[in-house]
Design a binder for this molecule. Structure first.
Ligand SMILES: [Zn+2]
Length: 453
């Protein structure tokens, strides 16, 4: 008799089945304008899809039930820009006498191997699931060679999240050298084997003319062939345009070169001029705002209200926990709303539902995933969270949108469902072996530190 094969690592174990399930009796914030709120509603899921949302739903006999009485049921939260590869370096850029975010990130990033990308991305995914983030845009700007992008994609696949993986340069890649377009083309060619039935999609994380790292100035002879290659493959593209010292005129440069478009996401855009805002709107280009990192690194205040007034699609994002510490979309919503109201000197310049929309339905739309996720709408994939209200920071169920934006914390997230799979239930991760993920991350960081020194 042949010996039993070794057990797969727990972090790579099979994901739970995609339903069926009926969520009963929660206050359902569908974020679907046709349906609105269902104060005591049910959501029926089957085959990874939302079948129906309404009160007292009849479902096939034997459908498992999840009692959401007293909970807020909402679409899963959508992140639109997150460097998941560098979560190992969480809070390492804080020392004022140190080199700061970019040098810490690039210095350590040079020491990464593919296993470090995997370990960091798995830790990021564990935090995302735990925090109620069901869709992530993994902005991977540390693809250092064969196996790096694959490691990131493998981590996303194993964690069960809905994700776009955007393939970028290596951290510290010379500005005068084109990124590894061959590697991107190979990953695109083989993508069917990676896509998990469409749960994962591919994009390009582009430097553009340079605009997040002060040390990066990329000539047109390098950046133009890169975006043209992505567009030839039909891939969406994302690019930073950050603080006033580093990115002034970058959006104008892209507009003048005819490179803006609805397939492009610009990250931050804090320094955009009025003309640049108009150019983004005219081109249908999306913007991702990451208020915590923009505040903490000194890019200035997010321009959320101006972008929305111009009709630009806006999503919210984590960016990098090297800077921001955590991936708490509840606090991202709250600070986004607070800055809009503060700048307007108006308590009601932005409503809680408007900012909740940015973290759900509008964020999904800004990633081109609006038909797939972002609201509790029959036919969309089943990406849903249930937030318990029993904790001391909640305790009452008043205005559910206000509670999610101002009071809720990741610890209140009771249940997380992605693509119909229950990834968190009763406050516990069901498909992630957190001790193993944590141990892998600690081991990876020790190695990265040893090789960086
Ligand atoms: Zn970023």
């Amino acid at each position: 008799m042949a010996p039993a094969p070794p057990a797969p690592p727990a972090s790579a174990r099979a994901l739970p089945p995609p339903g069926p399930l009926v969520i009963r009796g929660g206050h359902v914030l569908t974020m679907d304008p046709q349906t609105g709120d269902l104060p005591a509603g049910d959501v029926h899921i089957a085959n990874g899809q939302i079948v129906a949302a309404g009160p007292g739903l009849a479902v096939p006999a034997g459908t498992p039930e999840l009692d959401a009485t007293g909970m807020i049921v909402a679409p899963g939260l959508v992140d639109t820009h997150w460097h998941m590869w560098n979560t190992l370096l969480r809070s390492m850029s804080a020392d004022p006498s140190g080199p700061g975010y970019f040098k810490v990130m690039i210095g350590a990033g040079r020491a990464y191997g593919p296993d470090d990308i995997y370990a960091s991305t798995r830790l990021s995914c564990a935090e995302a699931v735990s925090s109620g983030i069901t869709t992530v845009h993994d902005w991977c700007h540390n693809v250092r060679g064969p196996g790096y992008a694959e490691a990131g994609v493998r981590a996303l696949a194993g964690a069960g999240l809905r994700a776009r993986f955007s393939y970028g340069v290596a951290a510290g890649h010379p500005s005068d050298q084109t990124m590894d377009l061959g590697g991107l083309e190979r990953l695109h060619r083989d993508w069917d084997a990676c896509s998990e039935g469409g749960r994962l999609s591919l994009g390009m994380a582009w430097r553009g003319p340079g605009g997040s790292n002060p040390a990066v100035r990329v000539p047109a002879s390098v950046y133009r062939p890169e975006i043209e290659a992505a567009r030839a493959l039909g891939l969406p593209v994302t690019v930073h345009a950050s603080g006033p010292l580093t990115a002034q005129g970058q959006i104008a440069t892209l507009a003048g070169a005819g490179l803006l478009g609805p397939d492009l996401q610009v990250v931050h855009a804090n320094c955009a001029t009025g003309d640049e805002v108009a150019a983004l709107a005219a081109a249908g280009t999306q913007v991702s705002i990451s208020p915590h990192s923009e505040l903490l690194i000194g890019y200035g205040l997010p321009r959320t209200a101006e972008f929305l007034a111009a009709g630009i699609g806006v999503g919210l994002s984590v960016d990098s926990t090297v800077l921001t510490g955590n991936a708490d979309m509840f606090s991202i919503m709250k600070v986004t709303l607070g800055i809009v109201n503060a700048l307007a000197h108006d308590e009601f310049a932005m409503t809680h539902r408007q900012v909740l929309a940015l973290a759900t339905v509008e964020g999904a739309r800004s990633l081109g995933m609006g038909e797939v996720t972002g609201s509790i709408t029959p036919g969309k994939r089943a990406d849903i969270i249930c937030v318990a209200t029993g904790g001391p920071n909640l305790g009452v169920l008043t205005d559910p949108a206000h509670l999610l934006v101002t009071a809720a914390q990741p610890a209140n997230v009771d249940t997380v469902i992605v693509d119909g799979r229950v990834l968190k239930r009763g406050g516990a991760l069901t498909a992630t072996d957190l001790p193993q993920v944590r141990e892998n991350a600690r081991r990876a960081l020790a190695g990265v530190r040893a090789r960086t020194a």
